[in-house]
Design a binder for this molecule. Structure first.
Ligand code: SF4
Length: 92
């Protein structure tokens, strides 16, 4: 049975219902402080997820911690900067 929080999440982001990460422990996406490794396990899950484009769009605007859509925090910072630079160029 879906929890209230899960139902609210799916109402806000309908694509979450098809997310591959729904069936794996969330810890692999949020390993906690002191974690120095790579997100290898999470990356494998994201690689087979059919809603990765929607997830990435969400993560770029809402998620600053953890591994989302095949990207680490640092990678999303770089992607946000690249998007901002593209927007600046288009505005010229
Ligand atoms: S791309 Fe990764 S983090 Fe995003 S919904 Fe799919 S499995 Fe989850």
């Amino acid at each position: 049975m879906a929890t209230t929080s899960t139902r609210i999440t799916i109402r806000i982001r309908p694509w979450v219902a098809a997310a591959a990460c729904r069936s794996v422990p969330v810890d692999i996406f949020f390993p906690g402080e002191g974690y120095k490794g790579q997100y290898n396990e999470a990356a494998l899950v994201c690689a087979r997820c059919r809603v990765q484009p929607e997830c990435l769009e969400w993560a770029l605007t809402h998620e600053y911690h953890g591994f989302w859509a095949g990207t680490s925090e640092r990678q999303r910072v770089q992607l946000r900067r690249a998007k901002a630079m593209d927007a600046d160029v288009e505005a010229m």
